[in-house]
Design a protein around this ligand. Structure first.
Ligand SMILES: NC(=O)c1ccc[n+]([C@@H]2O[C@H](COP(=O)([O-])OP(=O)(O)OC[C@H]3O[C@@H](n4cnc5c(N)ncnc54)[C@H](OP(=O)(O)O)[C@@H]3O)[C@@H](O)[C@H]2O)c1
Length: 286
């Protein structure tokens, strides 16, 4: 698998391993992922998987500099001091002395919190802390997640370093083309979370017909589609055989017509999570 080059020259693998809900045996899952070949590991302060990621990194035998570790500051701990404190906690949980990519997980606190309306100040203060971590060499790149153009515009009023990455929910049926185009114009790399729509699209007729035409799975089609659009993918699986399947989907090359049919799919597989609205109850803790 190849790499993309971020705006500051840092190279990031095109395929990463997601660790949200990695399960009770998270260390084994991450060790398997590294063993099958993943080099980008995606975690977050509030996934609870940083300790497992850290233990797996310590035991895997792969040199630290060959791994690319992403973690995120939680939406409910935004602000300068909170960010510095959470970053120190993340480093300790991971057992690392730097991370490769540090992201603001969501641009706003959870819906209904007292600081819900104060997001612009909170984002800017968080970003100032992240810029300091970047200049100190504690993070090799900084970015955002779930940011829409209005959040980016607000951040850029005071930012000295532009975000290098936006990590977004992206999969067939929810491609957020306007947000992706806006970020690309700003020089940002795009990462797709839930690239397999968390398994919500196994019976989608368009994806099934494309999968049948290639003798492959719907998951494989979803991942190939995103890679063909130069989007970094972060599939998660607790199963080694699926980790292997997801690591290199480039053996399936979709035709222009197939890409166009997937582009034209109606909204499908969307989690319902949105930075500016109350999210669906099942997701409200995120
Ligand atoms: N920034 C954010 O706000 C945010 C939000 C959500 C996720 N993320 C990141 O993105 C990562 C991936 O997203 P996700 O975990 O939401 O969803 P996902 O990767 O789209 O889907 C994961 C689901 O797909 C199943 N699966 C994986 N490979 C498969 C295959 N080859 N065939 C059939 N089923 C397969 C998994 O089952 P098994 O595990 O049982 O194999 C799991 O149920 C997360 O782990 C996290 O690191 C970030």
């Amino acid at each position: 698998m190849g790499c993309v080059t971020l705006s500051n020259g840092v190279r990031m693998p095109q395929v990463g391993f997601g660790t949200y809900r990695a399960g009770a045996d998270g260390k084994r899952v991450v060790l398997d992922a590294i063993d099958v070949g993943y080099r980008l590991i995606d975690t977050a302060w509030n996934y609870g998987t940083e300790p497992d990621v850290g233990r797996a990194i310590a035991e895997c035998g792969v040199p630290r500099e060959e791994l690319f570790v992403t973690t995120k500051v939680s939406r409910n701990h935004l602000g300068y001091r909170n960010c510095k404190r959470l970053f120190a906690e993340s480093l300790e949980r991971l057992g690392l002395d730097y991370v490769d990519l540090y992201l603001i997980h969501w641009p706003r606190p959870s819906y209904g919190r007292p600081d819900w309306d104060d997001w612009q100040r909170l984002d800017r203060e968080t970003w100032r802390a992240m810029e300091e971590l970047y200049h100190e060499g504690k993070v090799r790149a900084i970015g955002v997640s779930n940011f829409f153009p209005e959040h980016l515009d607000s951040l850029m009023l005071t930012a000295e370093v532009a975000p290098m990455v936006n990590q977004l929910e992206l999969h067939p049926g929810y491609m957020q083309e306007d947000v992706v185009a806006y970020c690309r114009d700003m020089g940002m790399a795009i990462e797709a979370y839930s690239p397999n729509a968390r398994g919500r699209l196994p019976n989608d007729p368009v994806l099934l017909s494309v999968a049948d035409a290639h003798g492959t799975s719907v998951t494989h089609v979803c991942l190939s589609y995103l890679l063909q659009k130069q989007i970094v993918i972060l599939p998660k699986s607790a199963h080694r055989n699926r980790m292997e399947e997801n690591l290199d989907p480039t053996d399936v090359v979709l035709t222009n017509d197939e890409v166009a049919r997937i582009d034209a799919m109606p909204l499908a597989g969307y989690s319902g999570e949105h930075p500016n609205r109350q999210t669906v109850p099942a997701m409200s803790s995120r």
